[in-house]
Design a protein around this ligand. Structure first.
Ligand code: GDP
Ligand code: MN
Length: 381
């Protein structure tokens, strides 16, 4: 789950991280009010779950509350990365001496966290990573040992800071670490962490992505959000509700299988025969007839779907139950596109006989089934 900048900053503040004074506004009038509360020149920032707002024109400066109102009006009407801007953040404009980068994410290959810092943060951090990777300092952190204060200081020294700035900046990294541990964070970034001309360090931007699998542990946070925690369409929501793994893709063949490995293999096989999957749908283990029917129903709600491929390895899942679900979906008139079935394993004969009687063709191998479904889609086109 991605948090908006203003939501992430609320968390930063609750951990006593220095952030610029200000607050969120949903209307130009609100923005004006916020700006007069700040009582200084402000920055008006689009609140949208996309990076690079600065380059997209979503960050503007205002010397007066009236100007803030005008910018807010423009920014609230913008779309950034095809997303509407629903709010702006109004904050004191900082006089920048230096823009710094601080972040923590997960390095899955190393099975560790990685703390990242650079004295040259700001909007071009991606280019810096390409052109001068030595200016980006990385430190791996064992999740069991945690990130220690001495490591934070080493980090900041490696970034080139000296004297009392070492501890000041190390504090930001240590707070980020606390937040990572407390909120099951997958990625957090402060870019820029601004050093002002008057010598203050402040988190001027905030990015925070929380592992969605951990959301049940963060009920307090979710209750405070004035929105759905995860942006899902109707089909994704239904799949989540039914405990099915569901991913939409660009093609037109819905693959409904049991087990993530088999579903991936089915997608690959469809692609091998020149087709393109529209849907990854893993029914999970032990699917009964009702679940199979539900899966078909969800898959068919996606307008891109031109054919369905059901591929089942019967283990705990029984082929006769799967057949029952498919037959029932067809009887209900739910199935409006060609359907190809492949199933093997537990109660295979019973299942196949049921499909035979119902006049539903099935194939024995994944290759045959995949090539058949691709052929049917091509014929229909
Ligand atoms: P992003 O482009 O989505 O990452 O948005 P940021 O919040 O990082 O803002 C983009 C850029 O705007 C920053 O890198 C700064 O250069 C500038 N900026 C943001 N806040 C301030 C501020 O308070 N004062 C000044 N002078 N510049 C700011
Ligand atoms: Mn930024």
């Amino acid at each position: 789950m991605k948090l908006f900048e203003h939501e992430a900053k609320e968390i930063f503040k609750s951990f006593k991280m220095p952030t610029p004074a200000g607050g969120v506004a949903k209307t130009p009038a609100d923005a004006k009010k916020r700006a007069s509360e700040v009582g200084k020149p402000v920055v008006v920032k689009a609140q949208v779950l996309a990076g690079k707002r600065g380059k997209a024109g979503g960050v503007k400066f205002a010397d007066t509350p009236e100007e803030a109102e005008k910018h807010a009006k423009e920014i609230l009407a913008m779309r950034i990365n095809d997303l509407p801007v629903e709010a702006v953040l109004i904050e004191e404009k900082l006089d920048i001496e230096q823009e710094i980068y601080a972040g923590i994410t997960i390095d899955r290959n190393e099975r560790k966290y990685v703390v990242i810092g650079s004295a040259a943060g700001g909007m071009s951090i991606e280019e810096l990573a390409e052109e001068s990777p030595e200016k980006i300092i990385k430190m791996h952190v064992d999740p069991h040992l945690g990130f220690q204060p001495y490591q934070a200081r080493d980090m900041v020294i490696a970034m080139g800071f000296e004297g009392k700035q070492i501890n000041q900046l190390a504090t930001f990294f240590l707070i980020l670490w606390d937040i990572v541990e407390s909120y099951d964070v997958e990625l957090t970034e402060i870019n820029p962490l601004i050093l002002t001309k008057d010598g203050r360090f402040l988190a001027a931007d905030a990015r925070l992505n929380i592992d969605e699998n951990s959301l049940y542990r963060h009920k307090n946070l979710i209750e405070k959000l004035e929105r759905e925690p995860i942006d899902q369409n109707e089909r994704e929501r239904l799949a989540t509700e039914n405990d099915m793994a569901y991913v939409e893709l660009d093609g037109d063949i819905a693959c409904i299988c049991n087990g993530a490995g088999l579903t991936m293999a089915t997608l690959d096989t469809v692609s091998l025969y020149g087709g393109k999957a529209s849907t990854f749908l893993d029914l999970g283990g032990g699917a009964d007839a009702q679940r199979v029917e539900k899966g078909i129903e969800i898959a068919l709600m996606y307008p891109k779907v031109k054919a369905i491929l059901v591929n089942i390895m019967g283990g705990i899942t029984r082929c006769d139950e799967v057949a029952k679900g498919i037959i029932s979906a067809r009887e209900d008139g739910d199935i409006t596109v060609p359907l190809v079935i492949r199933m093997v394993g537990t109660n295979e004969e019973e299942g196949q006989e049921m499909l035979n009687k119902a006049g539903i063709p099935f194939l024995r191998t994944m290759e045959d089934a995949a090539s058949k479904v691709v052929e049917l889609v091509k014929e229909a086109a």
